[in-house]
Design a protein around this ligand. Structure first.
Ligand SMILES: NC(=O)c1ccc[n+]([C@@H]2O[C@H](COP(=O)([O-])OP(=O)(O)OC[C@H]3O[C@@H](n4cnc5c(N)ncnc54)[C@H](OP(=O)(O)O)[C@@H]3O)[C@@H](O)[C@H]2O)c1
Length: 288
């Protein structure tokens, strides 16, 4: 059967990065609403846990082409060759000043946040083209719109995702496949915990010119509870994902949280220098 799925039960959604945070909330939220969800994780333990909650779970590591391929094959085998929605959610943040980023460290950031999602998307597009219908939803970030200190690896991966997605959207005009970007600001999840792990593993922080400021970075990443004002729960992203799936005219960009609306607006109206001053102040405050 081709075209728009006739019901939620027939609407097949693949969500990446469902072990925690936004992916987990979106996968469970769509499942509860009756969608046929395939949730991807990386460990057997996460698979078992999510399976107990009623989700169909596939293993996928975005840094591994074979893993991407076999996950897609597994979904297609169970769905008669159909995937209607792809939510490219999985990613992590590699903190650290640009001058402290080794080549292998930023490469790994791009493998997970850009090259993996690109490969997965390109694997799914022919399926969607054949259906004459599809929704590709990219989880970007406010940091895909505005750059902040000590987030260069993550910023550049999300800026690249934005550029790639803007191009892809134009190339898919007329195919029945719509592409949307979601740009959340601070959302409750394991993001900071995972960023802290990446920071400690990959940044020689004690020997850096930024050693002193890094103490503030570590404090921010390990602070219990929301680290930033205006933090929302992952349900705020679920709401936008639902719109991107259910609307007859999904938006190109969905802003989530006040900081995204603010920086998207400031970026339009301020000079580069004035915007830098505000962004510097924002990162200065939070790294103290
Ligand atoms: N939280 C925020 O404030 C915020 C703001 C803006 C945008 N975002 C975006 O939201 C998305 C979800 O992040 P989150 O906040 O929910 O963080 P999270 O709780 O850390 O979840 C990240 C998910 O990505 C998975 N993942 C990491 N590396 C992977 C890989 N190589 N292959 C497959 N899966 C991988 C993780 O799996 P493991 O458990 O196996 O590591 C986890 O399931 C990301 O794209 C992030 O950039 C988050």
């Amino acid at each position: 059967m081709t075209g728009r799925p006739s019901s939620k039960e027939n609407c097949i959604v693949l969500v990446t990065g469902c072990s925690s945070g936004i992916g987990r909330c979106v996968a469970l939220g769509l499942h509860e609403r009756g969608y046929r969800v395939f949730a991807s994780v990386r460990t057997q333990q996460d698979k078992e846990e999510l399976s107990k909650l009623g989700l169909t779970v596939v293993m996928m590591d975005l840094t591994d082409s074979d893993s991407i391929n076999s996950a897609v094959e597994e979904v297609l085998a169970q769905t008669g060759g159909r995937i209607h929605v792809l939510f490219n959610n999985a990613a992590y943040g590699q903190p650290g000043a640009v001058e402290d980023l080794r080549r292998d460290v930023i490469r790994k950031q791009f493998e997970t946040n850009l090259f993996g999602p690109l490969e997965l998307t390109n694997r799914v597009i022919p399926v969607m083209r054949a259906q004459g219908y599809g929704r590709i939803i990219q989880n970007s970030s406010v940091l895909g719109l505005a750059a902040m200190r000590f987030r260069g690896a993550y910023n550049s991966s999300k800026f690249a995702l934005e550029g790639l997605t803007d191009t892809l959207r134009q190339e898919l005009v007329g195919s029945g496949v719509c592409v949307s970007l979601i740009e959340p600001g601070p959302i409750t999840s394991n993001f900071r915990r995972n960023a802290m792990k990446a920071f400690m593993a990959n940044i020689d922080h004690k020997n850096s010119a930024h050693a002193k400021v890094y103490e503030g970075v570590i404090k921010r990443l390990t602070k219990p509870g929301p680290a930033q004002p205006f933090t929302l729960g992952p349900e705020a992203v679920l709401k936008r994902v639902l719109h991107a799936i259910e609307s007859g005219r999904p938006r190109i960009r969905y802003y989530v949280t006040f900081p995204t609306y603010l920086f998207a607006t400031l970026r339009r109206i301020l000079s580069y220098r004035a915007l830098d001053r505000i962004l510097l102040k924002a990162s200065g405050n939070e790294n103290r």
